[in-house]
Ligand binder design. Structure first.
Ligand code: MTE
Ligand code: MO
Length: 456
């Protein structure tokens, strides 16, 4: 730094009013330079004038998200584990240092994965209006200029970018997946998994930085007061430099109570339009936001179909009398036709199919327990079972089951559902159905099961 520079700096400091002394950190010249080179659009963006914007409203939205988003995060990570990364069948397979601890996904209660995915997808969708409201409430800060005044603030801004970018990315990829609309060139699961970690990192830093401020905000107004305040009596929060409150707030056109009702109403509307897919029964008719599961079968097979036999290119000739089931892993392969399977002792269990996309359906399945098939194959206590379908190619044509998933008495190779033969779309001649198994691993049109022998 040369003397003239310093001289200029000091003149500036003297010339500027104290309120403009912006508390720059190191390196001062950088932050000051940024401050002076304000991009043209910024001033316009900062002219948001809603008198509702302020620490209280942001803190209310933030506190609800603080409680609910961790549920979405945890159920998302659990779903990845439920897919069985230990068998290389979780997607993405190779996640480097972001590897999660794995454990054998339980088979009890049978509705565990249904609950997990219902929460993940259901809450994820329901929270969209709240996330948008939260973003709306802080929008002047997202475009704050200068973007930073110290290195510590750079970290905060980057975490904010990860948080906002991450959550919008997760919402978009999540919604597109449940709408079956793969418009991207990359795998949805891979994008959603890595996007989640970006979001989680941003979320953790943001919570750590903002928690005291949120607490302060929540206590700045009483909820009861807010609920009693009409539009006419709605006043802005006190102005603070660098805060959320506009320097020149417009008169209120809606009360804080009204804003909360609007956001609450939005979440309820989404809940009504989606919850039916998980809850079932008559509520399913209102699940209009979920195009999946509209293709259904007839009579007892009348429940949603993820992928039809036609779409999976199952040749009807291969599912008729020519069909055979091959049990491998024992001393010699065991080959059975459908009559032989039907002649074995049958077991009936009421079990849900719960798809990663959040929809689920509980039906009454009848077939041969997998552990009986393992015994027949000569592998009484298998470490795992590799199931393959008649379907060729695609991620859904095979699945590996854990030891506990084969051993459970209700884990079936189902031949029938609700008292009749499976329909072609539901996997005739035989399909897998295992308690609490992610839907995708309940392989349809099974052709072979290879049991992996244990050490005993
Ligand atoms: N062979 C095969 N099995 C499959 C599928 C598939 O596409 N092919 N879809 C899976 C998925 S993603 C789900 S959620 C369930 C859906 O079962 P359903 O169509 O009988 O309701 O089947 C699973 N089994
Ligand atoms: Mo699925």
């Amino acid at each position: 730094m040369t003397d003239p520079d310093r001289a200029e700096d000091s003149t500036d400091t003297v010339a500027e009013p104290p309120s403009d002394d912006r508390g720059y950190g190191f390196p001062v010249a950088l932050w000051r330079g940024l401050d002076r080179h304000r991009p043209p659009g910024v001033t316009r963006i900062q002219r948001w004038r809603s008198p509702l914007r302020g620490l209280w409203l942001t803190s209310v939205f933030g506190s609800v998200l603080l409680v609910t988003l961790p549920i979405v995060i945890v159920t998302g990570l659990l779903s990845y584990i439920a897919y069985g990364p230990q068998f290389g069948q979780a997607i993405p397979g190779d996640v480097g240092f972001l590897k999660l601890p794995t454990f054998d996904w339980p088979t009890d209660p049978s509705w565990l994965y249904r609950l997990n995915q219902g929460l993940h997808v259901g809450l994820g969708l329901i929270l969209i209006p709240l996330v948008l409201a939260k973003l709306w409430s802080v929008i002047p800060r997202l475009f704050a200029w200068p973007p930073s005044r110290s290195i510590a603030q750079v970290i905060e801004r980057v975490s904010l970018l990860m948080l906002v970018g991450g959550i919008l990315f997760e919402i978009v990829t999540g919604v597109l997946n449940i709408q079956y609309d793969y418009i991207f060139g990359f795998s949805f699961y891979t994008a959603h998994y890595f996007g989640a970690w970006v979001f989680i990192a941003g979320f953790v830093v943001h919570v750590a930085i903002k928690l005291p401020r949120m607490w302060q905000g929540l206590r700045s107004r009483s909820m009861r007061e807010v609920m009693r305040t009409s539009v006419a009596d709605t006043r802005p929060d006190p102005y603070e430099p660098d805060g959320l409150v506009s320097e020149d707030p417009a008169p209120a056109t809606v009360s804080r109570r009204g804003a909360l009702a609007l956001v609450g109403g939005g979440t309820v509307l989404i809940a009504v339009l989606t919850a039916g897919q998980t809850l079932g029964g008559w509520t399913r008719h209102s699940a209009l936001l979920l195009p999946r599961g509209r293709t259904r079968g007839d009579g007892p097979n009348d429940f949603q179909v993820n992928r039809t036999a036609f779409a999976a290119r199952i040749d009807p000739k291969t599912t008729g009398d020519a069909w055979r089931l091959t049990l491998g892993g024992g001393p010699t392969p065991v080959v059975l036709d459908r009559a032989a399977l039907s002649a074995m002792p049958q077991h009936t269990a009421v079990l849900p199919i719960a798809c990663v996309e959040g929809w689920s359906t509980t039906e009454t399945w009848t077939g041969v327990p997998l552990r009986e098939l393992a015994r027949l194959a000569g592998v009484p206590n298998p470490l795992s079972a590799r199931v393959s379908s008649l379907e060729r190619g695609g991620a859904f044509s095979r699945a590996t089951l854990q030891a506990n998933q084969v051993a459970h008495p209700d884990a079936l190779l189902a031949l029938r559902v609700n008292g009749v033969d499976l329909s072609p779309d539901h996997g005739f001649p035989a399909r897998i159905i295992v308690p609490a198994l992610p839907g995708v691993h309940n392989t349809k049109w099974v052709a072979a099961i290879a049991f992996e022998a244990g050490t005993t």
